[in-house]
Design a protein. Structure first.
Length: 809
RNA sequence: GCCCGGGUGGUGAAAUGGUAGACACAAGGGACUUAAAAUCCCUCGACCGCAAGGUCAUGCGAGUUCGAGUCUCGCCCCGGGCACCA
């Protein structure tokens, strides 16, 4: 017979699938139960598909093919997260339009994905950079705007002086401009925000970003990352009345148990009271410090500088716990945009402690460690060491002797009675800054009129099309601002002269709602029709990289919650089940990277081994979510496995041996169960065990047919080819998933493990339904067992039916 | 510092509290071949033993249990995320 030749077989079947798209298309009219199986859509980079893409796409492809065969109406689409910075940077360098580069890349990605035999419903392909798509991105902006969830305000942004542009946080990592390596500074600019903070907690009947996590089948690490990012903390606000003033300083603290040792106050340099309270003799120093902080780069300000700098304002305030007069300082380690922008400082915080030591500010101790270490306490008491953990209160009046946890609510209540404190919850999450001074994104659909001010573009006028007559060179303003055709416009309200908003939206806005568009991607009246939303959503299985733990997954949840809260949809979480694929490392165990020259290109692997080998190899390497190193020998081994499957055609027998008959049934069960649990590696090993056995004793045509069926989600090309050779006229993918015969799965005989005192001493072949007495009788017949129990009294018998007998002597 | 994962042969890894190392890769030996490739067969955690068999062994130390890779507590190491958040 001819050899297994993947190249020809794969090309042949890919063409067949291309010509028979109904095999993989989701059916809007069908009343079968639905499954929406989704990949995180890729950014079409110039580098092309990565083996990591192959891993997650294969996993969802196997799941999709399996559920189709199980009689489900499966929606499994793919598309392009097409706006983004790399294409624009390339345009700045070369002058080639981002649209051109992006679409060349999409073409390449499409070719690569199709060469892997993925069963996407390509009729639903979307491209976020197309006006048909971003029309609805803009619609969402207006929807949020109309409902008070999009607003404009002045904000600090990352600014690069040499590039003359605002940078996204991702571009300003470590406080250094990604493009020119210059230091990034903070600049105040008018920016658009989405009010994501409105949805942290439950909002009417919409579950919050925090509580909503509890009901999701997501990796614990991703849920933890989101909770972390939201950063809910429980504490109190406390008012410190200023001396010689009617003003008071409100601080936020989670450690009110330390308030009796609060010996000074620190304000953020941007705090509204700084100018007002600074005394004449401190004015110069304070103004100088505020100026310095403004000029400081993000790097300098957040650097792990141990020596906390600051300056005294000359003002004093009254500690409401002990009426002591304490000095007010400013320092830029206190953040203006968290809590109240002011803290009380004491000996029980490392930073406060260090700053006080530096300037000789008095300190006091109010917490003693709970454990009895006299030496340590001696040091803390003498202010040689900072104790920042909870402990037992001292020097705290009537609260002495309480633990920190006991004292906190009591102290709040006590100060609250004087009207100077209240319980307060704080979050780290801030509203989402969505404006970007960039070209390659969806334009923000707002017009500024001289008379009417800020005016929303009427929805009927959408999309606001991205102009082409622009210069990509950054000037400090969005490139859209210097497009005459774009910029000047008539006001939709009064018809007077007006100008368009020239910022575009963060690309994460485009990807926050794309899972809605696949279900109705041609709809020109709505982002998706109501009955289709009800039919298909939410997404049943979502697979992608863990790098999207917070941003994308949080933003997408916010969009869904806003839609739900405003009565548009009936569910408030977009992705019910989420799985992350682990990183595929290079053969040397390091990350694959261009600079290390250790990147494996899927094209090469397909050319040498074939797509089926690559797919099975990536699934066989280990658990989906684990990081695993590439191993070229491993893919060679998988290719051998497929060759052996191929040669089984020559080992067809007239009748199945008893072992094969039962093994085929067991394998059907195991492979199905494992696919449902996404344990693809063990599903493949089960198939290998069957192939090993069939190779030895052969199998019938019918058993081979069953095997090829369960293999088909993993290796679709070879499965189609053998399926055809077995005399089936139709594609393997129109056939149903086989049911296993529970009767054939049960073994008649089992190996009974016999232990003495918990150690295995013998293994006996017995009937599967043997009971304890029977097992005991057989075991005591065994010479090996006799040797261990002879002359001893049997004190206990543990019997696990069908498995084990333990004799305790 | 905080929050998540992990530590099992030479390697990737299996294992509802019940035979630790399934399934592979690599390695060694053999068959076939003039030879090689391909294919097939055997060995393959460590130690003792001719063998039968035994002892030890899942990062380290304790505990619970008839029985622990799996559960509990304490520690060590590695990977990832967040980080001046009061």
């Amino acid at each position: 017979m001819e050899q297994y030749e993947p190249k020809g077989i794969e090309a042949k079947w890919q063409k067949y699938w291309e010509n028979n798209p109904e095999l993989y298309s989701a059916d809007n009219a069908s009343d079968k139960p639905k499954k929406y199986i989704l990949d995180m859509f890729p950014y079409p980079s110039a580098a092309g598909l990565h083996v990591g893409h192959v891993e997650s796409y294969t996993a969802t492809d196997i799941a999709s093919r399996y559920w189709r065969a199980k009689g489900f109406n499966v929606l499994h689409p793919q598309g392009w997260d097409a706006f983004g910075l790399p294409a624009e940077n390339y345009a700045i360098k070369t002058g080639v339009h981002p649209d051109k580069v992006t679409h060349e890349n999409i073409k390449n990605f499409t070719r690569q994905i199709k060469s892997l035999g993925m069963s996407y419903d390509w009729s639903r392909e979307i491209d976020t950079s197309s006006p048909e798509y971003y029309k609805w991105t803009q619609w969402f902006f207006l929807f949020l705007y109309e409902n008070g969830l999009a607003y404009k305000k002045k904000a600090k942004v990352n600014w690069c002086d040499s590039c003359q542009t605002v940078l996204a946080n991702e571009q300003a990592e470590g406080g250094i401009c990604e493009r020119c390596k210059n230091a990034v500074v903070q600049k105040d600019l008018e920016q658009w925000f989405f009010k994501i903070t409105d949805f942290i907690e439950n909002n009417k009947d919409t579950s919050g970003l925090l509580d909503g996590l509890d009901k999701l089948d997501w990796p614990e690490s991703i849920k933890a990352a989101q909770r972390n990012w939201i950063g809910k903390s429980f504490g109190a606000e406390v008012d410190f009345v200023l001396e010689n003033s009617t003003e008071k300083i409100t601080v936020y603290t989670t450690r009110i148990d330390t308030i009796f040792s609060g010996t000074y106050i620190i304000l953020a340099p941007e705090h509204r009271l700084v100018e007002k309270i600074t005394t004449a003799e401190n004015k110069a120093a304070v103004e100088g410090y505020v100026e310095e902080s403004k000029k400081k780069t993000e790097l300098e300000r957040t650097g792990l500088e141990k020596n906390k700098g600051g300056v005294f304002t000359g003002a004093y305030a009254i500690n409401p716990a002990n009426q002591e007069k304490i000095p007010v300082w400013i320092s830029d380690f206190v953040l203006a945009n968290y809590g109240t922008g002011a803290v009380f400082a004491d000996a029980h915080d490392e930073r406060d402690f260090a700053m006080a030591k530096k300037y000789g500010i008095p300190l006091k101790v109010s917490i003693r460690p709970q454990d009895e270490d006299g030496n340590k306490w001696e040091k803390i008491k003498n202010l040689e060491e900072c104790h920042s953990d909870d402990g037992i209160l001292v020097n705290s009046g009537q609260f002495d002797g309480l633990t920190s946890a006991e004292a906190r609510p009591k102290i709040i209540e006590w100060i609250a009675a004087k009207g100077l404190a209240r319980k307060m919850v704080n979050y780290r999450l801030r509203d989402w800054l969505v404006s970007r001074q960039r070209y390659w994104g969806a334009p923000i659909p707002i017009i500024y009129c001289d008379k009417c001010g800020e005016v929303a573009v009427p929805k009927g006028d959408l999309p606001v099309v991205l102009p082409t007559d622009v210069d990509f060179k950054p000037t400090g303003e969005s490139p859209l601002a210097n497009s005459k055709t774009f910029h000047d416009v008539k006001c939709p309200k009064c018809g007077g002269s007006a100008r368009r908003e020239s910022d575009t939206m963060d690309t994460f806005v485009c990807s926050s709602w794309y899972y809605f568009r696949y279900i109705d991607h041609m709809n020109n009246m709505e982002f998706a029709a109501q009955e289709k939303i009800q039919k298909w959503l939410p997404v049943d299985l979502y697979v992608g990289g863990a790098e999207h733990a917070v941003l994308h997954l949080l933003y997408a949840r916010f969009f869904t919650k806003a839609l739900h809260n405003l009565g548009h949809i009936g569910f408030d979480e977009p992705f019910l089940k989420l799985r992350n694929q682990g990183m595929i490392l290079a053969e040397d165990g390091r990350k694959m990277s261009k600079s290390l020259g250790n990147v494996v290109n899927p094209d090469d692997a397909v050319a040498v081994f074939g797509a089926d080998s690559l797919r099975i190899f990536e699934m066989f390497m280990g658990p989906l979510e684990d990081a695993k190193p590439w191993n070229t020998q491993g893919i060679v081994g998988v290719k051998r496995f497929l060759e052996r499957i191929w040669r089984l055609q020559e080992k067809i027998t007239d009748e199945d041996g008893k072992s094969i008959r039962s093994l085929v049934q067991k394998t059907i069960k195991k492979v199905g169960d494992d696919i449902e649990m996404m344990k693809f590696n063990t599903a493949i090993s089960a198939m290998m065990i069957l192939v090993n056995e069939a190779e030895k004793i052969g199998m019938t045509r019918e058993s081979y047919r069953l095997f090829v069926k369960i293999l088909s989600p993993f290796a679709p090309h070879i499965a189609e080819e053998i399926w055809g050779k077995l005399g089936n006229a139709e594609s393997v993918f129109v056939s149903a998933w086989p049911d296993y015969d529970p009767g054939l799965i049960k073994d008649e005989e089992i190996n009974l493990v016999v232990q003495v005192n918990g150690k295995m001493r013998d293994m006996l072949k017995v009937g599967a339904d043997i009971d304890q007495d029977g097992a005991k009788a057989v075991a005591l017949e065994s010479e090996k067992i006799k040797a261990y129990v002879a002359g001893k009294e049997i004190r206990k018998i543990i019997f696990v039916p069908g498995k084990l007998l333990n004799i305790v002597v």
